[in-house]
Write a protein that binds this ligand. Structure first.
Ligand SMILES: *Cc1c(COP(=O)(O)O)cnc(C)c1O
Length: 382
């Protein structure tokens, strides 16, 4: 049996681990080193370990692990933003055109407007759900699927085919799906980029990003950019991330089940508008998601009308923490507009943790009921 034939949980537990050797740990501890001893005669040619910015043994094991799960070669970065901006800067030249998701991660769009355009890169946008413009003359199409925070899903194989027919590269931000939810390289993408800060590592204790590809001609300049910029994760963060990967399958299973139960509980409530979860058969993204995603994300979004109702909801809930990011062990809710992005003031991204489903559904429903009671009482007095 090859690694690829194992099921998800087995692959996560084994990903990137060295061959067992008596006396060795399952996952070697972090190698904390800037320079390493060199062979006095051979110099850096004598070992892959010469200096910590280009390479580090703990990082290599993590890259092997994520690479196995994504089905390509992987380079990890200090954060998702470092990986995505690194790929864009390494592959785009003045005069090139890049197509970005209009509804994707807001700081990527800010980077494109501030930095890429100043460098002479033409930036175009298309909504994740389409319609997409012609890809003629486009150097790189970046998709984000499911998109954060709107949760639309892109038809990656169809768009990869269109991009390649026009001579464009296709990259997919796989943060929300994780490699267990979607393997963009199998679907025809040239590159995967992602934040490992979210569900991939899932413990809300580190920042990480990565790029993966099967094409050396794409990954080599990205690797060179990482060495030049120094946007590398530290050895301890790389080790923590690798340790957390072993439970990815278990965490996603519970988060996805919690999201399904919550989506069901929220779907019929008059006080919850614009509910989105790609696993809900009535969701506009469902037809594409059901075809492409191996599992549905643990994140859902909805609108409570205004900032005050969002704050009262989070305060009333015992199991929902006010926090940004998503994919962690603890359920969190984020009113995205407070970070200055372009969502409505009452728009909430809710990330399901691994709490028991009955507890979470009861808590969220009770908190919404309390907000509704207070609103009704206040309306009655004024
Ligand atoms: C969080 C996120 C990023 C950025 O990742 P960081 O690790 O915070 O730098 C990029 N893309 C998506 C879709 C994200 O959710």
């Amino acid at each position: 049996m090859t690694e690829q034939e194992f099921q998800d949980g087995t692959r996560c537990v084994r990903a990137g681990l060295p061959e067992p050797a008596p006396g060795d740990p399952f996952l070697p501890g972090p190698v904390l080193a800037a320079p390493y001893h060199l062979d006095p005669w051979q110099g850096p040619a004598g070992s892959p370990n010469g200096y910590g910015r280009p390479d580090n043994p703990t990082r290599r094991l993590l890259e092997a692990a994520i690479g196995e799960l994504e089905g390509g070669d992987c380079r990890v970065f200090a954060s998702g933003q470092a990986a995505i901006t690194g790929v864009l800067l390494a592959l785009l030249r003045p005069g090139d055109t890049v197509l970005l998701p209009a509804d994707g991660y807001f700081p990527v769009r800010a980077f494109a407007a501030d930095t890429l355009q100043t460098l002479g890169v033409r930036v175009r946008y298309a909504p994740t759900a389409g319609p997409y413009p012609s890809f003629e003359g486009v150097r790189l199409v970046l998709l984000e699927s499911p998109a954060n925070p709107g949760l639309d899903v892109a038809d990656v194989p169809a768009l990869a085919e269109r991009a390649h027919a026009a001579g464009a590269l296709l990259a997919v931000d796989n943060t929300t799906a994780t490699p267990l939810g979607q393997r963009p390289l199998d679907l025809g993408a040239d590159l995967v980029v992602a934040s490992g800060t979210k569900a991939l590592t899932g413990h809300s204790d580190l920042l990480l990003g990565y790029a993966a590809s099967r094409q050396e001609r794409l990954l080599d300049p990205v690797t060179a950019w990482r060495t030049t910029s120094g946007a590398v994760p530290g050895a301890f963060d790389a080790w923590l991330a690798h340790r957390s990967l072993a439970t990815l399958d278990l965490r996603l299973a519970r988060q996805s089940a919690n999201a399904e139960a919550l989506a069901g509980a929220l779907a019929d409530r008059a006080d919850v508008a614009g509910l989105r979860w790609p696993g809900l058969p009535t969701d506009p993204a469902y037809p594409v998601a059901a075809r492409l995603l191996h599992r549905m994300p643990g994140v859902l979004s909805f609108d409570l009308g205004d900032a005050d109702r969002v704050a009262r909801f989070i305060e009333a809930a015992r199991l929902v923490a006010a926090a940004t990011s998503f994919g962690g062990l603890h359920t969190t809710a984020d009113r995205r507009a407070q970070w200055g992005d372009d969502t409505a003031p009452g728009f909430v991204r809710l990330s399901c943790g691994v709490e028991d489903t009955v507890d979470l559904v009861a808590d969220v429903t009770a908190a919404l009921d309390r907000v509704a009671d207070v609103t009704a009482a206040r309306d009655a007095t004024c």
